[in-house]
Ligand binder design. Structure first.
Ligand code: 13P
Length: 253
């Protein structure tokens, strides 16, 4: 199987960080550095939902992708505090993270609930970025592939193959810990995910699906990770909060 790109997709998950002013400053600073449209299109930013309009204002006329960190799997209704895929689509968000380990653990989101988000986003033309990954305990017990298989099986149970989809492999033990996966660990997990997609769908579908790695990615670890055949890009937390380190992850790869 062949990767289609020679540069990584680099996505920044800002989590619950940056207010509107800080978000706009970042977008503007980023655009001063990355002016080529072909390069802009390699990046995606995930600010807090309240700052999506700021993203639209500054990034709307560029090739930089942007999207939401979460949504609720209904079109509208009495779901106080939630954000609908319809509203995300209307504001212009191209992507939405689903299944992030912080949402799975802190908010007890199930694979079934994540599957509902996935298909609702697709029906509104927003690309879901399905995050999957094992805990340290599961890895130590040799259950990594079993966990990934299960998360894919249920998470993709309503997937519409005519719609775009991205996957992020984020081992829970690597998120926010500084304990980045080794290139071999990431490479093996990505290869497994790709082969699961090929089995479930087709080789073409598997090859077209971007699989990003996330978990303590820094400018000094991106090159070796991206050298792995099945690592197509990165979903970056902490190092996406500064323009310089975010861009360096891309440039170093
Ligand atoms: P860190 O890069 O801070 O480990 O976060 C990764 C992550 O959770 C991205 O979604």
């Amino acid at each position: 199987m062949q990767r289609s790109q020679d540069k990584p997709i680099v996505a920044g998950n800002w989590k619950m960080n940056k207010n509107a002013r800080e978000s706009i400053e970042f977008f503007q600073g980023f655009l001063r550095e990355i002016t080529e449209e072909t390069e802009q299109s390699q990046f995606i930013l995930f600010p807090q939902n309240i700052n999506l309009l700021a993203a639209k204002q500054v990034l709307g006329s560029t090739k930089v992708g942007w999207g939401a960190q979460n949504c609720y799997p209904k079109e509208s209704g009495a779901f106080t505090g939630e954000t609908s895929p319809q509203a995300l689509s209307e504001v212009g968000a191209q992507y939405c993270l689903i299944g992030h380990s912080e949402r799975r653990t802190i908010f007890q989101e199930s694979d079934e609930f994540i599957a509902d988000k996935l298909v609702t986003l697709q029906s509104w033309g927003v690309t879901p970025v399905l995050c999957i990954g094992e805990t340290k305990e599961q890895r130590d017990q040799g259950k990594t592939e079993e966990v990934l298989k299960n998360q894919l099986e249920i998470g993709l149970s309503k997937n519409r193959i005519e719609c775009p989809l991205m996957i992020a492999y984020e081992p829970v033990w690597a998120i926010g810990t500084g304990d980045v996966a080794t290139p071999e660990q990431a490479g093996l997990a990505h290869k497994f995910i790709r082969s699961e997609l090929a089995t479930k769908y087709t080789e073409d579908y598997a090859n077209q699906t971007v699989i990003m790695y996330g978990g303590s990615v820094k400018p000094d670890s991106s090159k070796a990770l991206f050298a792995q055949e099945h690592v197509d890009g990165f979903l970056v937390g902490g190092a996406s909060l500064e323009v310089s380190s975010f861009i360096a992850i891309y440039k170093n790869s």
